[in-house]
Design a binder for this molecule. Structure first.
Ligand code: ANZ
Ligand code: ZN
Length: 847
């Protein structure tokens, strides 16, 4: 009498699977259609944690499911193994980041093997291997050739404590994510990828993903890209040859522009005060310092008191010739639009707050009380006479007094030839007029910035550029890739504002590939988001040392059918992958423009309502859980906890309960006594119905990520099977075997070890994972029944269950065939039969 022992089952099947390698995808001549299921690859910062268990568990359900549906499924694994945590750990302990990284990879790998996702291990990759990062460099050069990788002096986030630039995502509430120091802005020469060139496509192509990506991710992407549509307008400046361009979304309000504001930290502001008198300059310099110590979030905040300085310069309104003062104020950002605005205080709240703070004029140019076509005006009445006051007669409330800007639609006033136009018409007409006079044009802007990809760090991909005094920037010739990272030994990795690689003199000193003269390597390394932007393609040719990826393999497998990962990557990683995919499309390397056809964001594993962390001391360790409950119970618990998108509170679930369920399922398979060649179409019909319902429903449920419902249905089937085994029909019933086999096949999605062991108990060879899904028998799928009533002369004589779709003829026939009805009728003759399918048959007899 065997007992369910997860550890023994794991130890039994792991070597069998490693021998069989059932998940390799490279068999020649494999004619099956293909699916590509991908989990976001892990960062090797320690052992795997519960979040990995969850995400990889879910990905594996999908991968195993498609395999059972007859697909050749690619489900690869690798490591995102460059990056700051390794370097910081190395600095702290005085060790090599390489050793730390690869030790962690080895640990995670051991845990993965035991957890047993259906990976194709033959494609394993590590982004920190030269075999991988060589192709990062290749990609960089492709972008460089296209003008999409460039170097510029720009304002960057700078942590004064860590002495390094920070990516936008490393700045949290204006502070350094790691040390908490206030982040400063600094002008540095850095490498960028020109993502903004792709702003329109990155935004518009999101429409293709509607319904296949979580709505909130689509929204986050849209907001991050932040396309705004408006116009550039040129303002002539007194005492300056060149006009100043401003960007506005409201060219219709141009007659209401009563002053201009430039960003204090823009080149333009510096130039405008260059010749100003000393008092003005001094005030400006003070204000600039204050601005530089202010975060963008503060600068953009609407409820902050407005500050600024007058620059003692004037611009000319291009439409009405009015002379307007130019101010510098921090609510205008240097790196958006042109870093300068026309201020229209009557219709823009920020401008109004500023005008009221400094006593600048406010002029209403859109009458927001006037009805515009299509809008139904609310007509107020005069409180004294009770008569309607026509909206045209109501003067708009004066923003200068109310402090509330008029931002709504309306009709133009105080605007010369544009008076009477609605806002939208006026926008078009003003742009036309500006265009005709060559002083403005339609334009748009993105919140999205170019991607700053250089890091002054050691543990990353060296940028394949050589700086030569004669030739300038020279790309490293492709046949000299990879530019290998020098050994960390002897290098000071501590952040000090310049790249540690620069100190590796022997490494950095090279001959210029163009002129042969003395030159130096670029010492920056790439943001690791570059590595992860295209790794999904590398899996397709992971062992190919002649190219980044084989276009023929890409054609076969990509794009990814199902991507699984955390919502923390909803913006940057996905945006960068989408960008690089579009670039590769434009370069002719791939034939699609979106990398991930559908996306599942799993929730977090939390504890007692709170996120788990080492510092809080509430960490549930994956390794402990694995040891205590086994891989299968863990997977089932995660799948059963609720919809996969929701957080899982580990305090509310029971891995022990899952283990009990698994033991019950396992027991059922071991109790089956009929042989595999039973007559399938026999046995307990009620049980067969439950079996076939599950076979029919599970595909739709899995495809809509309702994994928890499938587990619940499995539990139901196990219980129903147990009942029949313990009843008179017993373990030899064919329906019992059918049910047990179905449980095994479906359980393979959630609990592969248990399922494999059950499969063997049922008399089959490994592996159950290679078995195809069984088709439901439609005749066993009758829906719920309803009760039909038969009356004879108004008295109920019989009731029986029928299908809700029963036809009138069929129902009448059933009624006429009923024994009790026969008895009630006796010798009387039927006069009329009224049928109201499916619920009622009324029989009237002749009197
Ligand atoms: C005049 C105006 C009148 C504006 C009005 C708005 C309302 P989005 O939608 O975010 O693109 N703006 C332009 N460049 C700016 C900068 N560098 N820093 C801060 N603000 C800037 O917003 C575009 C609007 O934000 C522009 O339209 C401009 O103000 C301001 F009734 O121009 B508007
Ligand atoms: Zn040269």
């Amino acid at each position: 009498d065997a007992r369910y022992d997860f550890a023994a089952i794991q130890a039994k099947w792991l070597p069998v699977w490693e021998e069989l390698q059932p998940f390799r995808t490279d068999a020649p001549g494999d004619k099956r259609p293909r699916k590509y299921v991908l989990d976001m690859f892990p960062y090797p910062s320690g052992d795997l944690h519960m979040g990995h268990a969850e995400a990889f568990g879910f990905g594996d359900i999908v991968a195993r499911y498609w395999r059972q549906q007859g697909f050749n499924v690619l489900h690869p694994i690798g490591w995102d193994s460059f990056g700051l945590p390794a370097e910081n750990a190395a600095i702290k302990r005085g060790i090599d980041p390489r050793g730390w990284t690869y030790d962690n990879i080895a640990q995670q790998k051991r845990s993965f093997r035991l957890y047993a996702p259906s990976f194709d291990w033959s494609r394993e990759l590590h982004t920190s291997d030269p075999e991988y990062y060589k192709w990062n460099q290749w990609l960089f050069l492709k972008l460089y050739e296209k003008g999409l990788a460039y170097r510029k002096a720009g304002t960057v986030n700078w942590c004064p404590n860590d002495q390094t630039v920070l990516a936008n995502e490393q700045v949290v509430d204006g502070r350094c994510e790691r040390c908490g120091f206030l982040v400063e802005k600094k002008k540095l020469t850095q490498w960028y990828f020109r993502v903004t060139d792709y702003g329109d496509r990155l935004l518009d192509d999101l429409n293709q993903l509607e319904g296949a990506w979580p709505p909130r991710v689509l929204t986050m992407q849209r907001n991050w890209i932040g396309r705004s549509v408006g116009a550039d307008v040129e303002f002539a400046i007194e005492g300056r040859d060149e006009p100043i361009s401003i960007y506005t979304t409201r060219p219709d309000t141009l007659y209401g522009a009563t002053f201009m504001v430039v960003a204090p930290d823009s080149d333009l502001a510096a130039e405008l005060v260059a010749d100003a008198d000393p008092a003005v300059r001094e005030r400006f310099d003070d204000y600039l310092k204050q601005t530089q110590a202010t975060t963008d979030i503060e600068r953009l905040s609407s409820d902050r008191e407005k500050t600024g300085v007058f620059l003692d310069r004037y611009a000319v309104n291009p439409l009405n010739g009015e002379r307007i003062p130019i101010w510098a104020a921090d609510y205008v950002l240097a790196d958006y639009g042109h870093g300068a605005i026309m201020a229209v205080p009557a219709h823009d709240q920020r401008d109004l707050d500023f005008a009221r703070a400094f006593g600048l004029p406010v002029r209403v140019v859109v009458d927001t009380n006037a009805p515009v076509t299509g809008a139904i005006p609310i007509i107020p009445t005069d409180p004294e006479t009770g008569e309607a006051v026509l909206p045209d007669d109501l003067p708009p409330l004066d923003p200068a007094e109310t402090g509330v800007a008029l931002t709504g639609d309306g009709r133009l006033i105080n605007s010369g030839p544009f008076n009477g136009l609605s806002k939208n018409n006026a926008i078009h007409r003003v742009i036309e007029a500006l265009d005709a006079a060559s002083i403005g044009r339609a334009s748009r802007n993105f919140r999205l910035r170019d991607w700053l990809i250089s890091r002054q760090r050691y543990w990353g991909t060296p940028i394949p550029i050589i700086h030569c005094e004669t030739c300038g920037e020279v790309p490293v010739p492709e046949d000299q890739l990879p530019v290998r990272l020098p050994d960390a030994e002897g290098l000071d990795l501590k952040p000090k504002g310049t790249s540690p690689l620069g100190a590796a003199t022997e490494w950095a000193t090279v001959d210029c590939p163009k002129c042969g003269g003395a030159a130096t390597r670029d010492s920056d390394t790439m943001d690791t988001f570059v590595d992860s932007s295209w790794y999904y393609l590398r899996y397709l040719s992971a062992n190919d040392d002649t190219q980044a990826f084989d276009p023929a393999e890409v054609e076969k497998w990509a794009p990814v059918d199902q991507y699984v990962g955390g919502v923390e990557h909803a913006i940057l990683h996905l945006l960068y992958s989408r960008f690089i995919t579009k670039v590769l499309f434009d370069l002719g390397y791939v034939s699609f423009t979106e990398p991930f056809t559908s996306l599942l964001n799993q929730g977090q594993v939390i504890l007692n309502g709170a996120a788990m962390s080492k510092s809080k001391g509430n960490l549930v360790e994956f390794a402990d859980e694995l040891r205590q409950h086994g891989a299968d119970a863990l997977r089932v618990t995660l799948a059963f906890a609720g919809p996969p998108e929701d957080d899982i509170d580990w305090a509310d679930v029971s891995a022990a309960g899952s283990a009990k369920f698994l033991a019950r399922a396992w027991r059922v398979a071991h109790d089956v006594t009929s042989s595999p060649d039973v007559e399938w179409k026999t046995g307990d019909t009620a049980l067969r119905r439950v079996t076939h319902r599950l076979l029919a429903d599970a595909p739709g449920l899995i495809e809509s990520y309702k994994f928890n419902v499938v587990v619940a249905r499995l539990m139901e089937l196990v219980n129903a099977t147990r009942k029949v085994i313990d009843s008179g029909a017993g373990p030899q019933d064919a329906a019992v075997r059918e049910a047990a086999e179905t449980v095994t096949l479906v359980l393979n999605l959630f609990a592969p070890y248990t399922a494999e062991d059950m499969w063997q108990a049922l008399g089959y060879e490994p592996t159950v994972a290679a078995q195809t899904w069984r088709k439901a028998d439609p005749s066993l799928l009758v829906e719920d029944s309803v009760t039909a009533i038969v009356q004879v002369d108004g008295k109920v004589r019989d009731r029986f269950e029928v299908s809700p779709h029963v036809g009138a003829d069929e129902l009448e026939a059933l009624a006429r065939a009923s024994e009790p009805v026969h008895r009630a009728l006796g010798a009387r003759e039927i006069a009329a039969v009224i049928v109201r399918a499916p619920r009622l048959v009324n029989i009237a007899t002749k009197k």
